[in-house]
Design a protein around this ligand. Structure first.
Ligand code: T1G
Length: 683
C-alpha cells in the first residue's frame, strides 16, 4: 500500500489499483483530496502492472461534494476539472465504488469514471441548488447524458437524491453490489478481461428531450422556485446539454456557476448550511459527554400537538405511550395519527407495513394519574396552554417518572422555570417547543431552564437530531426566540394598518419579500380567536373587534379576507371598515404608506428584538435565530435569515431607520455599528 497523502492511499490488487480516500467526515473534495486523487491517478496510470483503477472511500460515505468550507477562499491544490480530466481520459478503466451519499462534486467525479458500482443503500444527487448553486464540475452536462433530460432536470432543480435501485434502472450505476470493495475489484477485472470499452459519459447524447419540455417544466414550478435564482440557472444548463455540443454546454455551466457563486443568495444558503449544523452544538459542552438513554417516550395529551409529537418518535422507531384523560379524546387522537399515516401511505411515501409497524409502537392509555409513564426515558407534556394545568401535570409527573427521566413541556411561550418549579427535579426539566404540524415542521426550540442539567439539554438536542428535527437552544423568556420576534413584527403590522396601509398591502410586501404568506393571511389561517373569549373581549384591539363581529379567519371563511369554498381569498370589506372605524375613533389621519416603509417596519423591529435576544443570551448565536426563522416561520432561505439579512442590508442603515420610526435600537445593535461589525460575520 502506498500512502499518496494524508487522505489518500493506493494499493494494487490483482492488477487493479484501489485508490481509497479517507477524509472525514464526508470525504469532501478538499484541496488535499483533489491532490491525492490527482497523484493517485498519475501513479496508477504510470504503473504498467495496473490494468484498471477502483476509486473507493473509507468512512461513512463516498465523496459528498466539493468542500463547501473552501468556497470563497483562495484556490489551493489541484483543480477539480484537472482531476476529472485525468480520470475521464485515463487509458485504463476507472470504476467508482459508491456507498453512502455520492453528492455534488462527488457524483460529478463518479460521472467521469468509466463505470460505477454501488451498494443498495447508496444515494446519488446534485444538491447544489440547495446551496444557491448548480453543479459546477460537469454534472449538468454529464448527468442528462446518462439518466436523460427529464430526470436530470428534476434532480438538479430540486436537489433531491435518488436511490441505488433508480440509479441502476436509469443507467447511472452499472451494478448494485453488497461487498463493495471486493465486487468493485472483480467488476474492474471483468472490464479488463472482457476488454469492455472506456465509456466516457461526455461522448453520449442526451436522451428523451421533447419539444417545449423546459418551458413546460418552468411553468409547472413557478410556485416552487419563486424567489430563488439557482433553479432557473440549473434548468438553463440542462437545456444547454440538450441543445449544444458538450464543451459549449460546459461553457454555459461555468458561466452560470460563477454568476451564482458570487451572488448573495448562494452566500446566504451556504451560510444556512453551516448554521443548521452549528445550531445543534451547545457552547461550552463537551460533544463527547455521555448522554441519557431515550429508548421510550411518554406523551401527555393526544390533541393536535400531542399526536404530531408522538409521530416523530414513532417515525424514529421509538415506542411511545400516549396518555389522555378520556377515552373519547384518546380515540380521537389515535385516529388522527392513524389517518395521517394512511394518507402518507396513500401518497406512496411509506408502505402499509411501515404504518402497521409505527402504530404497533404506540400504546394509548386513559390514565388520570400518569402512572403508565413511570418507565419512560423522556416525557413530553402537550396539554392546554395554561400555567396552572401545566404545573399540576408536572407535579404528577414528578411523582411517577423514574429517576433520570427527562420531563419536557411543549409550551410555546409559558415560563419553563415556573413549570419546573412544580417538581423536585428542575434539573430534569426543559421545554421542547414543537411547531404545528409537529410531525412535519422541522424546527424544535429546545428551551433551557435555569436549572436544566447540561446532560439533559445535550440529550434533548441529540434526540431532536434523531427524530429529524433542526433543534435550536432557546432561553426562558416570553415567546422564546421565534414567537418573541414574531410578536414584534405583528405589533408593527397592526400599527401599519391603523395608520394607513391595508392588510393586503402588508401581506403583499412580505409575500414579495419571500415569505409564503403575510401576517394577516397567517392570522386568518391560525384563527383570529386563539386566546380570545367573548366574555372578556372589550373591543380594545382590531382583533377583538373582528372577533366580536363574528370573523374567525379561514375556519369560518371570514377574517381579514373573505374565503370561498376553494379557499381563494379577497380583502374583507367588513374587516376594512372595522380597521377604518378603529383608526377614526383614535383620531388617526390615515396616510399613504409605501412598500419600503411597510417592509422596514415589519422586519427591522424583528432584527432589533433578535439583538436583544442575543444580549440576554436567550440564543447562543445569531445564526441560531436565522435557523429558527427559516425552519419555523417561513423566512426565505435565500435571504439567510433575519440576522444574516440585517448584515446584508447594513446595521447602520437599520439602526438609523429604527430611530427614524421611533424605536430604541438595542445596545448590541448600536455597539456592532460602532465597531463596524455584523451579527453573523458571514456577509
Ligand atoms: N463540505 C464541507 N463540509 C461538509 C460537507 C461539504 N460538502 N458536507 C458535510 N460537511 C460537514 C458538515 O458541516 C458537518 O460538519 C459534517 O460534515 C457532517 O455533516 C463543484 C459546487 C453528506 C448528507 O451539498 O448534505 O459539490 O458540523 O451533520 O446529517 O458541483 O452533510 O460535524 O463540523 O450534515 O450525516 C454539494 C452537503 C457541495 C452535500 C451527511 N454537496 N452535505 O449528512 O451529516 S457543492 C452537498 C450533506 C458541490 C460541485 C459543487 C450532508 C450529508 P460538523 P452532517 P449528515
Amino acid at each position: 500500500m502506498a500512502m499518496i497523502n494524508a487522505v489518500t492511499d493506493l494499493t494494487v490488487e490483482g492488477g487493479i489499483a484501489v485508490v481509497t480516500l479517507d477524509s472525514p467526515p464526508v470525504n469532501a473534495l478538499s484541496a488535499d483530496v483533489r491532490d491525492g486523487l490527482a497523484a493517485a491517478m498519475a501513479a496508477a496510470t504510470g504503473d504498467p502492472s495496473v490494468k484498471a483503477v477502483v476509486l473507493i472511500c473509507a468512512g461513512r460515505t463516498f465523496i459528498a461534494g466539493a468542500d463547501i468550507s473552501e468556497f470563497g477562499k483562495p484556490a489551493r491544490g489541484a483543480s477539480l476539472p484537472d482531476v476529472q480530466a485525468a480520470i475521464e481520459n485515463s487509458r485504463k478503466p476507472v470504476v467508482a465504488a459508491i456507498h453512502g451519499t455520492a453528492l455534488g462534486g462527488g457524483l460529478e467525479v463518479a460521472l467521469v469514471c468509466h463505470y460505477r458500482v454501488a451498494v443498495g443503500a447508496a444515494k446519488f444527487g446534485l444538491p447544489e441548488v440547495k446551496l444557491g448553486l448548480l453543479p459546477g464540475a460537469g454534472g449538468t452536462q454529464r448527468l442528462p447524458r446518462v439518466v436523460g433530460a427529464a430526470k436530470a432536470l428534476t434532480m438538479v432543480t430540486t436537489g433531491m437524491p435518488i436511490g441505488a435501485k433508480e440509479a441502476l434502472t436509469s443507467g447511472l450505476v452499472d451494478a448494485v453490489v453488497t461487498d463493495l470493495r471486493v465486487e468493485a475489484i472483480a467488476f474492474a477485472q471483468r472490464v479488463v478481461a472482457d476488454d469492455l470499452p472506456l465509456k466516457r459519459v461526455r461522448d453520449r447524447d442526451v436522451a428523451d428531450v421533447t419539444p417545449g419540455m423546459f418551458d413546460t417544466y418552468r411553468a409547472a414550478n413557478v410556485k416552487l422556485f419563486r424567489g430563488f435564482e439557482a433553479p432557473e440557472a440549473n434548468l438553463k444548463c440542462i437545456e444547454a446539454a440538450a441543445t449544444l455540443p458538450f464543451d459549449d454546454g460546459m461553457a454555459v455551466e461555468r458561466r452560470l456557476f460563477v454568476g451564482l457563486m458570487s451572488g448573495l443568495q448562494s452566500k446566504a444558503q451556504r451560510y444556512v448550511f453551516f448554521a443548521e449544523r452549528m445550531a445543534n452544538k451547545i457552547d461550552g459542552l463537551d460533544v463527547n459527554a455521555p448522554l441519557l438513554p431515550v429508548t421510550s417516550v411518554g406523551v401527555v395529551g393526544a390533541g393536535t400537538m400531542g399526536g404530531g409529537i408522538a409521530m416523530n418518535f414513532l417515525n424514529a422507531g421509538i415506542p411511545v405511550t400516549i396518555v389522555e384523560m378520556s377515552r373519547e379524546a384518546l380515540d380521537r387522537g389515535v385516529a388522527t395519527i392513524r389517518r395521517n399515516y394512511d394518507n402518507t401511505a396513500a401518497k406512496g411515501r411509506m408502505t402499509v407495513d411501515d404504518v402497521t409497524a409505527r402504530m404497533a409502537l404506540l400504546t394509548p392509555v386513559v390514565d388520570l394519574d400518569l402512572e403508565s409513564l413511570s418507565a419512560a426515558d423522556m416525557i413530553v407534556e402537550a396539554v392546554f396552554e395554561n400555567m396552572d394545568i401545566k404545573r399540576q401535570v408536572f407535579a404528577k409527573l414528578d411523582r411517577v417518572a423514574k429517576p433520570g427521566a427527562i420531563i419536557a413541556s411543549n409550551t410555546s411561550y409559558l415560563d419553563v422555570d415556573a413549570i419546573a418549579a412544580a417538581t423536585s427535579r428542575p434539573e430534569s426539566v426543559l421545554g421542547l417547543h414543537f411547531f404545528s404540524p409537529a410531525n412535519v415542521m422541522r424546527l424544535l426550540e429546545v428551551v433551557r431552564g435555569a436549572k436544566t442539567a447540561p446532560q439533559v439539554l445535550a440529550t434533548a438536542m441529540a434526540t431532536a437530531k434523531k427524530i429529524g428535527k433542526v433543534a435550536v437552544v432557546a432561553g426562558v423568556c416570553d415567546g422564546f426566540i421565534g414567537n418573541r420576534m414574531l410578536a414584534a413584527r405583528q405589533r408593527e403590522a397592526m400599527a401599519l394598518i391603523v395608520e394607513g396601509a391595508l392588510p393586503a398591502d402588508v401581506d403583499r410586501v412580505l409575500f414579495d419579500f419571500g415569505f409564503p404568506m403575510g401576517p394577516f393571511q397567517m392570522s386568518d389561517l391560525a384563527g383570529l380567536d386563539i386566546g380570545w373569549s367573548a366574555d372578556t373581549s372589550k373591543g380594545e384591539t382590531i382583533r377583538d373587534r373582528l372577533c366580536e363581529a363574528g370573523l374567525r379567519g379561514q375556519k369560518n371563511g371570514r377574517g381579514f379576507y373573505d374565503y370561498d369554498a376553494q379557499r381563494n381569498r379577497a380583502p374583507s370589506p367588513i374587516a376594512e371598515k372595522i380597521i377604518l372605524d378603529y383608526a377614526a375613533e383614535r383620531g388617526v389621519n390615515r396616510r399613504q404608506i409605501d412598500d419600503a416603509e411597510i417592509l422596514e417596519r415589519c422586519l427591522y423591529p424583528m432584527v432589533n428584538e433578535g439583538a436583544k435576544i442575543l444580549e440576554e443570551k436567550m440564543a447562543q448565536r445569531a445564526s441560531d435565530i436565522d435557523i429558527v426563522w427559516i425552519n419555523g416561520y417561513g423566512w426565505p432561505v435565500y435571504r439567510g435569515g433575519p440576522m444574516f439579512w440585517a448584515d446584508s442590508v447594513g446595521l447602520a442603515t437599520i439602526t438609523a431607520r429604527l430611530s427614524h420610526y421611533g424605536f430604541e435600537p438595542a445596545a448590541m445593535l448600536s455597539r456592532l455599528v460602532s465597531e463596524s461589525k455584523g451579527f453573523t460575520g458571514a456577509v
